[in-house]
Design a protein around this ligand. Sequence first.
Ligand code: NAD
Length: 267
Amino acid sequence: MSGSMMGLDGKTALIFGVASEESIAYAICKKLSEAGCNLVLGFQPRFRSRIQQLLPTLPDDTKIYPIDVDKEGSISQFFDSWQKESPNSKANVLVHAIGFAPREAFDRNLLFVDPDAIETALRISSHSLQSIVRKALPHLAQNSSTITLTYAASTRYVPSYGLMSIAKAALETWMREIAARLGPEGHRVNAISAGPIKTLAASGIPGFEGILSHVERNSPLRRNVDQTDVAGTATWLASPLSSGVTAQVIHVDAGFSSTMVPEDVNG
Ligand code: NAD
């Protein structure tokens, strides 16, 4: 579909969470720019050189600024830097594709994970949605659309996802709360619940390959999703084509979340 048909021509998208070519947020950047959006990326400083390598693959006018949601003042600095370079710019689209939990959260029985690790995972993976939207408020264009990325372990047990399950449940709750608060002004907030995809973040999850093959065998589409599948739905959510959709968790998972008993139950 052409950019003008999507209604995204000349719109501005702030995108948080590009770390590599495999990042879901990178595929979202590609699709949003094809639809006519101007891109403003917030990158974690430790990925600076990777981002600089990716920059030539994005439109020339793409802007990048550092952001570390775990560092006091960093979110404000991101918005200050953007506004300094592009005074009075407004954001039509926000993409929050940030997730992190300390290694011990995956290696240890969840019952014995330390409070510090729990706080870090929730601060970065869940509460950062609130922190970013809060700082973005003065810069939101009319009828803006915010999109975050979640995983179905928020509502059902997945071995080895541990602390991130709790973080995603909190993230989805933030999403609904913020949608309810901003809805009266016309702003929309939704989450995409993506099926498993091999990315940097996913490489930290024990047994990930096993999850991928289970989904491939048992999802209605008999395949896994990839970054492009997620980016398509993100672009629809960003666009006025989804104007009546807010406060939702939309599953982009080849239908896997609709199943309960695996196909091979009879051997
Ligand atoms: P990724 O590693 O490419 O992206 C994670 C991003 O989080 C990185 O860009 C990283 O820089 C950013 N980040 C982490 N800590 C940060 C901090 N303190 N400040 C700023 N940014 C920080 O992996 P991805 O799979 O593309 O993950 C994007 C989102 O999608 C995450 O929320 C993840 O949980 C979610 N998700 C991923 C999958 C999957 O299977 N890959 C499935 C469902 C949901």
